[in-house]
Design a protein around this ligand. Structure first.
Ligand code: MLT
Ligand code: MN
Ligand code: ZN
Length: 317
């Protein structure tokens, strides 16, 4: 499975257009587009796969988006693998999985309206929000006939295009634009993490860009993963007024994700493990000082056994 990090910033990107903070203003820090990932089954560097995993018989397994960022147009143009085959008006994109209905993870669907539409998988509440409060589904239906919206099972694997996908609930906070509607689904699952397995290569990716806490079952969910993409919104709960109420577990603090990464590394070493799991942060907010590779906070991330990747980073699992 190939994994391409199309964008690694939280909503607003980095730098943020209306922010003149020390980080947004710093010369030389690489810009980041908003969090979005593309995955393709199989291992071949040219995207070809003998399985023809998407079933259309052309031998191309295609690519699946994990979230659809408002920057998707620039992200696709910056990624040769996502270009249309020469001479065609087509796309290697075969569908999208949404972790939540936040604008930074769903607005990109509107940007894809020039295409024919694609299957979208998401939690039931997210699909309801995209029908009512932010009517992406109604809008896109007037542009392409190929949009399909499928609610995902929770904590129960399902198969898509040769990949085995499992979703774990990791948050119950509704998007701000949906706080006053959808009372019937208000108690539902609003955020999931995905575990994506390629049964042919054995590669395992976990994508968790929004983690309200470290829920029961998350350790088992990440067990044996080659790559875990973790919520890197905040370095500390004190970083932004209201950060503590934002449903993003910070990196630091006794319950922070860095402590979890350290513990996982220790447990793996104690068990004589192979150190297989690579931990990377995504959805980095412009307030997070670890966004600066020269900062002591970035060094602390590395010492803990994790890293802050750049936009465009690619992995073969
Ligand atoms: C989040 O990740 O919490 C949201 O994207 C924040 C927002 O845009 O309101
Ligand atoms: Mn966000
Ligand atoms: Zn800033």
């Amino acid at each position: 499975m190939r994994v391409r990090l199309l964008g690694t910033a939280a909503g607003g990107g980095f730098p943020q257009w209306n922010c003149g903070c020390r980080l947004c203003d710093a010369p030389g820090l690489p810009p980041r587009t908003q969090d979005c990932v593309a995955v393709s089954p199989g291992r071949a560097a040219d995207g070809e796969d003998a399985r023809g995993a998407d079933g259309d018989g052309d031998g191309d397994p295609g690519w699946y988006l994990l979230n659809a960022s408002p920057d998707i147009r620039a992200q696709i143009l910056a990624t040769p693998e996502l270009a249309p085959p020469a001479g065609t008006r087509a796309t290697p994109l075969r569908g999208a999985f949404l972790t939540d209905a936040e604008l930074d993870h769903s607005m990109g669907l509107l940007m894809l309206r020039e295409g024919e539409g694609m299957p979208v998988w998401a939690p039931r509440s997210v699909l309801a929000a995209l029908c009512e409060a932010f009517p992406v589904r109604r809008i896109t239906s007037h542009y392409g006939a190929g949009w399909r919206w499928t609610p995902i099972p929770l904590a129960h694997p399902f198969a898509v295009g040769g990949l085995r996908v499992t979703a774990l609930p990791v948050g119950a906070r509704r998007p701000r634009y949906a706080t006053d509607v959808l009372e019937d689904v208000a108690a539902g699952v609003w955020t999931v993490a995905y575990r994506i397995e390629d049964p042919v290569t054995g590669g395992v990716l976990v994508y968790a860009p929004s983690l309200a806490d470290w829920p029961d079952g998350f350790d088992a969910f990440v067990a044996g993963a080659d790559l875990v993409l973790l919520d890197g919104t905040f370095h500390s709960a004190a970083e932004l007024p209201g950060a503590a109420g934002q449903a993003h577990l910070p990196m630091t603090g006794p319950d922070g994700t860095l402590e979890r990464v350290r513990r996982a590394g220790d447990a793996d070493a104690d068990a004589g493990g192979d150190g297989r799991t690579r931990w990377l942060y995504t959805h980095l907010n412009n307030t997070n000082p670890a966004i600066d590779p020269g900062s002591k906070q970035a060094a602390e991330v590395e010492v803990s056994g994790a890293a802050v990747p750049s936009d465009g980073a690619e992995f073969v699992l």
